[in-house]
Design a protein around this ligand. Structure first.
Ligand code: F6R
Length: 617
């Protein structure tokens, strides 16, 4: 939530900041603003409510002097509504200092009260917690005359989560940043350096990055980068090369990032598997460095939110079946508040596309404090959650820009399945031949998924017919259940249509009362093959709701004739065994939600009220 970019270099701050904000806009799009110090040492700020384009248009109409030092911000409102006044940057030291912020300063009311007691004439121009920080850093600058020191002296007084970037007219050529529980990454250039909420902010300028740890302060100039802890002690940093290509975060010729990202799902799975399966043997070299044996783990807890948590539900089915170890899946925000039972034999696996979701981060930190082992499945290099975990298995889905997660979901499931097979091998619960067979099925998925995506036009047409629909239900059983939940979530967040996902077996225990004539219900139908297939039970569930007037939209295996008499529409998917079907069945639901939203004229990449990286609790 909220995107932050900082730059010191040559005389092109405005362009660098706006380019960075464009790539970070997925983090928040209520308002945006920049502050730049021009070559004459003057500080200029401009901030506007609305999407980034409003700011860009404003700057086109009324340019500000360019400069070599600047900061920029794109906001997801927490304290105070999305208007020009509350947009960042905020000013301190009589307008000579500008500050931007991502996170929430929990004790801001107390700090404001103290500020008014010591400086009763203080004028507040916004309702934000950030302005209070700008004002007190400004006062500290008046005392110290040193920006790094001023920020360092103040961060100790702040509670909550924050990344702060600050610049001062009297220190042109310097941007100072501080972070606690919110992300900040450095980009290293030649004669220029960058700061960003994530590497997307500067990947078009440099592939060299450094992640900043918890409670650290960074000072960048054009030629230097200095990182210290909050006490001013130098700290070691890890440089890494950004694996993403700048063009991967461009829309290309697609109508939306989401359309592009769905089309990239086969590649997201293939790249996540790449180099990790050799001759039917799964090897995750990231786990080699663990200082304990996975054989000693006796329980797994998977933590995530939203779509990521649904990937964890699929992981539970797979890991329990293959590795015969109990797995619980929990939404991160519920986990640490209920005194969960975990210990050194518990492996807590967090799953997060951004690697910054605050609920998940806090849950991981809690798990560590309680002595649990931690592993993260993450799509973003240099993010906080992998840094806080014992090990990370990266998904290689590439940058996901659309706010609603699509390709990251299938990559997360693929990474979990790799882990499940690896664990089965460690625990000896599957034979080498069984693992090789399942790994082969995993490797076949990208090709199979390509054929599912070929149905995009037909699904778009279906969505077009349903543009006036007020509610849609989604049913699935076993591995189809998380798919139903994900289908419903996508429709809610993109098309603002009431949608619910149910386990098909649960319907008769209450939700079937919702069924009335014409009610559309998507049903994820399991394969009819296999002796334990739930196919007959789901077909019975279909008959029950059809008898009550439901319109059935079935996602079923190619050639499954048994659903034809009962379904109004059938979307066929290729043959795959139970645990692999979800990776084929989810794309039609993603496409449906996206196309229905588009048919309603909605912004599919930036749905209302949302932000991609949820960095507040
Ligand atoms: C839904 C969606 C969210 C995220 C959730 C977790 O389309 O994108 O539900 O999955 O906010 O985000 P990450 O994976 O970044 O932790």
């Amino acid at each position: 939530m909220c995107g932050i970019v900082g730059y010191v270099g040559t005389n092109k701050s405005v362009e660098v900041l706006l380019g960075g904000l464009r790539r970070l806009e997925y983090r928040g799009y209520d308002s945006a603003g920049i502050a730049v110090i021009d070559p004459a040492g003057e500080l200029h700020t401009r901030k506007r409510a609305g999407k980034l384009q409003v700011l860009v248009d404003d700057l086109d109409a009324r340019a500000i002097a360019n400069g070599s030092t600047g900061i920029g911000h794109t906001r997801w409102a927490t304290h105070g509504g999305p208007n020009d006044q509350n947009a960042h940057p905020h000013l301190g030291d009589d307008g000579k200092l500008a500050l931007i912020h991502n996170g929430i300063i929990e004790n801001f009311a107390e700090l404001k009260r103290e500020l008014l007691e010591s400086h009763p004439d203080t004028v507040f121009t916004s309702e934000t917690d950030t302005e209070v920080a700008a004002l007190i850093v400004g006062l500290e600058y008046q005392k110290t005359g040193n920006l790094q020191l001023a920020l360092r002296n103040i961060v100790a007084r702040l509670h909550g989560a924050f990344t702060l970037l600050v610049l001062h007219r009297d220190e042109p050529g310097v941007v100072v940043g501080a972070r606690r529980n919110s992300p900040l990454v450095i980009g290293l250039g030649h004669g220029e350096n960058f700061l960003g909420s994530d590497v997307a902010a500067f990947v078009e300028h440099t592939r060299r990055a450094v992640a900043i740890g918890q409670d650290q302060i960074v000072t960048i100039t054009a030629d230097d980068v200095v990182v210290t802890d909050f006490d001013g002690n130098a700290v070691e940093t890890d440089e890494f090369e950004i694996a993403w290509d700048a063009s991967a975060a461009e829309k290309g010729g697609w109508s939306s990032f989401m359309a592009k990202e769905i089309s990239e799902e086969p590649e997201a799975i293939a790249k996540t598997l790449l180099g990790r399966i050799h001759d039917g043997v799964v090897h995750l070299e990231e786990l080699d460095a663990l200082d304990y044996s996975l054989a000693d783990i006796d329980r797994i807890v998977i933590l995530g939110c939203g779509t990521a948590a649904y990937s964890g539900m699929l992981a539970k089915y797979a890991i329990e079946k293959w590795a015969r170890i109990p797995v619980d899946v929990e939404m991160s925000h519920e986990f640490r508040y209920r005194d969960p039972i975990i210990d050194a034999r518990t492996l807590v696996i967090s799953v997060s596309q951004s690697g910054e979701t605050m609920d998940t981060l806090r849950a991981v930190q809690y798990a560590k404090e309680e002595g649990a082992r931690t592993l993260s499945i993450c799509n973003t290099q240099g993010a906080t959650i992998p840094r806080e975990s014992d090990a990370v298995v990266y998904t290689h889905a590439g940058p996901e820009v659309a706010v609603a997660s699509t390709k990251a979901f299938v990559a997360q499931v693929a990474a979990f399945y790799l882990f499940g097979l690896h664990l089965a091998s460690v625990r000896g619960t599957l034979s080498a031949a069984e693992i090789a067979g399942l790994a082969g099925e995993l490797q076949a998925l990208p090709g199979q998924l390509e054929t599912v995506l070929e149905q995009h036009e037909a699904i778009k047409q279906l969505a077009g017919w349903m543009v006036d629909t007020r509610a849609v239900l989604f049913l699935g059983r076993h591995a189809g259940f998380p798919v139903a939940l994900e289908g419903a979530l996508k429709l809610k967040e993109l098309a603002y249509i009431h949608a619910e996902g149910f386990a098909a077996g649960e319907l008769k225990h209450g939700p079937i009362a919702l069924i009335e004539k014409g009610q559309p219900v998507f049903v994820v139908v399991p394969s009819p093959r296999g002796k334990d297939s739930l196919h007959p039970k789901v077909v019975s569930n279909i008959q029950e709701i059809r008898a009550r007037g439901a319109r059935i939209l079935a996602i079923a295996e190619q050639g499954d004739a048994s659903v034809l008499p009962y379904a109004d529409v059938v979307i066929p998917i290729p043959l795959a065994s139970t645990l692999f079907e979800p990776l084929l069945a989810v794309a039609p639901l993603q496409i449906f939600a996206m196309e229905l939203a588009a048919a309603k004229g909605l912004d599919v990449d930036q749905p209302r009220n949302l932000a991609k990286s949820v960095t507040v609790e």
